[in-house]
Design a protein around this ligand. Structure first.
Ligand code: FHN
Length: 442
């Protein structure tokens, strides 16, 4: 008798345990800090916008405009746009080569578009035939190849996923040009398409981050965002999710409009916070003018600008998510690779001032000096991109009398002196790198 009672009690307990969803919206600050640690230390990620929109490459019927937005920009009917899937056959795609480019650039995590607004699934999805395996001649699981290559190289693999979907009938906002059902049932799309695809992505590719976008549609609400956040964290407790999972993002400036907005970090886009960030934040930017590949877009940002951005963002306590838009052939454009290589060469000399640091307090000293700090607070790094008379004058931070001051990449300590409230540091005759240099002060 006693044995039966014990057995029944255990079964009830186990059943409750299985169905007891944890509420991660009430996660403690300590637990979140622990979960975000690798991301906070990583500082530099690569964004990849890749899809069948690479086939038109920013041109439709002889007219430019729209990269990953080309379906909307040119009001391309779904049946017309689907034809790009049948032309998408990136035979030069080599996941290991892409990951090697990222690793050499000093990138610590890669966020690739699993599904952008056009609704095309860049993986072998069992939920739809509108995917790389069934609708394209390529028939290779791109996300599987890339996630495997990332794992082998020690780079975190992550996914961008659009809530907005111009292909799924029930996802189409009423009145949108793509609407082709009288009464789209958004709840049906969310529960029977969006969530099952996300569960599939977590199970198959184990992403470290889910980077949501397209949350601005009228059908999506903060409540649905909170529900989705909790659903996903229960599937993978260590998952990191950006603040576009809900409706809490304040436009392109990307910070939370209210304290309990769903999502783990803020997402300024094509801009850098004006001052030091108050929460976890990541600035996503293009390397030219477009996210997706545009054959006519040769407006590449200089290596100087990209390194200045990385330094400014790091000094303000943020992460830099820099985008590449591969071609329909599966190649990351050469000018992107050149600039990423320059960033990697710079980081090889100066990584100590970037990875696993805290934003400086203050974060700057005029327009050309930024500060970061070691996590233990024992070292301050002054990162500068301009100096006159072969010396650097620092006012905002005062080294201790007699402190040894170094430049990263240079063996010998530097000569320096105090002049009033300034520290005047003599720079070495031969500098260890291009673009910007780091003074280390203990
Ligand atoms: O509409 C998207 C756009 O295509 C791109 O993905 C950027 C980068 O995150 N986000 C949205 C525009 O804010």
């Amino acid at each position: 008798m006693k044995k039966n009672i014990l057995l029944i009690t255990m079964m009830i307990f186990m059943t409750c345990a299985v169905f007891a969803q944890k509420n991660y919206l009430e996660e403690s600050k300590e637990a979140k800090t622990k979960r975000m640690q690798w991301w906070d230390d990583a500082t530099f990620g690569m964004f990849i916008h890749w899809g069948i929109y690479a086939v038109p490459a920013g041109e439709y019927n002889g007219k430019g405009g729209g990269a990953e937005w080309i379906m909307e920009t040119h009001k391309i009917p779904t049946s017309e746009y689907e034809k790009y899937a049948a032309q998408f056959n990136p035979q030069q795609f080599d996941a290991k080569q892409w990951v090697s480019i990222a690793k050499n650039a000093g990138v610590k995590y890669i966020v690739i578009t699993s599904k952008h607004h056009d609704g095309f699934s860049m993986w072998d999805s069992k939920i739809t035939k509108y995917d790389i395996m069934d609708a394209s001649p390529f028939k290779r699981d791109i996300l599987k190849e890339l996630s495997d290559a990332c794992k082998s190289a020690g780079i975190k693999f992550a996914l961008y996923h659009s809530i907005m979907d111009w292909h799924q009938p029930d996802a189409k906002s009423k009145g949108s040009i793509h609407q082709n059902t009288a009464n789209p049932d958004f709840n049906k799309y969310r529960e029977e398409y969006l969530k099952p695809q996300l569960a599939e992505l977590i199970k198959k590719y184990d992403p470290a981050i889910l980077w949501f976008d397209g949350e601005w549609i009228p059908e999506w609400t903060e409540e649905q965002g909170k529900d989705l956040y909790n659903y996903l964290r229960n599937l993978k407790p260590s998952l990191i999710i950006n603040n576009r999972v809900g409706k809490g993002r304040d436009g392109m400036q990307g910070v939370k409009k209210y304290k309990d907005a769903a999502g783990d970090y803020d997402t300024p886009e094509q801009e850098i916070l004006a001052g030091a960030g108050q929460d976890y934040w990541e600035s996503c930017m293009t390397i030219n003018n477009n996210w997706g590949f545009v054959k006519a877009d040769h407006n590449w940002k200089s290596a100087q600008t990209l390194i200045d951005n990385l330094v400014d963002i790091t000094a303000k306590g943020g992460n830099y998510l820099l985008n590449v838009g591969p071609s329909a052939e599966g190649l990351i454009p050469g000018p992107s690779v050149e600039r990423l290589t320059e960033m990697g060469d710079w980081l090889k000399v100066n990584k100590e001032a970037i990875y696993s640091t805290k934003g400086g307090h203050p974060y700057n000293d005029g327009p050309n000096i930024r500060f970061t700090q070691s996590k233990d607070g024992k070292s301050t790094y002054a990162i500068f991109n301009k100096a006159e008379n072969n010396e650097l004058v620092i006012n905002a931070v005062q080294p201790k009398e007699g402190a040894k001051i170094y430049m990263l990449g240079v063996q010998q300590p530097l000569e320096w002196s105090k002049k009033g409230n300034s520290a005047v540091i003599k720079l070495p005759a031969v500098l260890p790198c291009k673009y910007a240099w780091v003074i280390k002060m203990n």
